[in-house]
Design a protein around this ligand. Structure first.
Ligand SMILES: [Zn+2]
Length: 251
């Protein structure tokens, strides 16, 4: 259990909010009101909830199906594995809509003779930033479902689930989004030039949305080892799952 460092009161209903170390955005368990710790202004951003559509047994079933499919897995994986942990967690995300315009100069060298090139790369993104600093969650493999999204409602949170508050405020989420989008733009630039001499990106950022999404975290045991899996609680699809290494013998 994480240690509770600060106890503040909900600005809306006065209930006690228990915050873990590092949490900056708090959602009240009683009234669902969201506030930023230490800020005197109310939280004015949109807070959405993605509904969970599955229970333990369905998720276990989904994982079993995944274990049985695909030829890179051990043939007895579904039969010999055992679920050792299964937990529904509502993770906090920031969805940052932005347009990035990168102007560049460089040299195209893959075709002789090498030719100088310049231009701009412009893209629109709905960039997803996880609101937790330390997490093994593969944000780039996850797409926030557009269906099943409702205005945040704490009564729709499964009571047995773990609910995580954001450790990032919207300003730092925007910073993260810009950094990662710039990185992505730089990656796209590799198609245009081989040498980059100038690269400059400007951003047009829209209002971010704060979202809680249901993710199932599973650990399963197979032949004495523990493996991890994450399943989307909205769609039931596998976001990431470890496959035990098998020895494929060369003939
Ligand atoms: Zn409250």
């Amino acid at each position: 259990m994480s240690q509770i460092v600060s106890e503040i009161k909900c600005p809306n209903c006065g209930a006690q909010l228990n915050l873990s170390p590092g949490e900056l955005v708090a959602t009240c368990r009683y009234c669902g009101y969201t506030s930023v710790v230490g800020a005197n202004t109310p939280f004015q951003l949109e807070h959405s909830l993605i509904l969970n559509n599955f229970d333990n047994s369905r998720i276990t079933q989904d994982l079993q199906e995944w274990m049985r499919s695909g030829f890179m897995k051990p043939g007895d994986l579904a039969k010999k594995s055992r679920t050792s942990m299964i937990e529904l967690r509502y993770l906090p995300f920031w969805l940052v809509p932005l347009t990035a315009t990168s102007s560049y100069e460089g040299v195209l060298e893959r075709i002789a003779p090498a030719t100088p090139r310049k231009g701009t790369i412009q893209n629109e993104y709905d960039w997803l930033v996880l609101g937790r600093r330390a997490s093994e969650f593969p944000t780039r493999d996850y797409k926030v479902p557009t269906q099943g999204k409702i205005p945040f409602d704490f009564t729709k949170i499964e009571p047995q689930a773990k609910f995580l508050n954001s450790e990032l405020d919207s300003a730092s989420a925007i910073m993260h989004a810009k950094d990662e989008v710039e990185e992505n733009q730089r990656f796209l630039l590799k198609q245009e030039v081989d040498q980059v001499t100038k690269f400059d990106t400007t951003f047009n950022v829209q209002q971010p949305t704060y979202i809680h999404a249901p993710l199932w975290f599973i650990q399963y045991e197979y032949k004495g080892k523990i493996y991890n899996a994450i399943i989307d609680g909205s769609s039931g699809s596998i976001i990431r799952a470890d496959i035990p290494q098998t020895d494929f013998k060369m003939i």
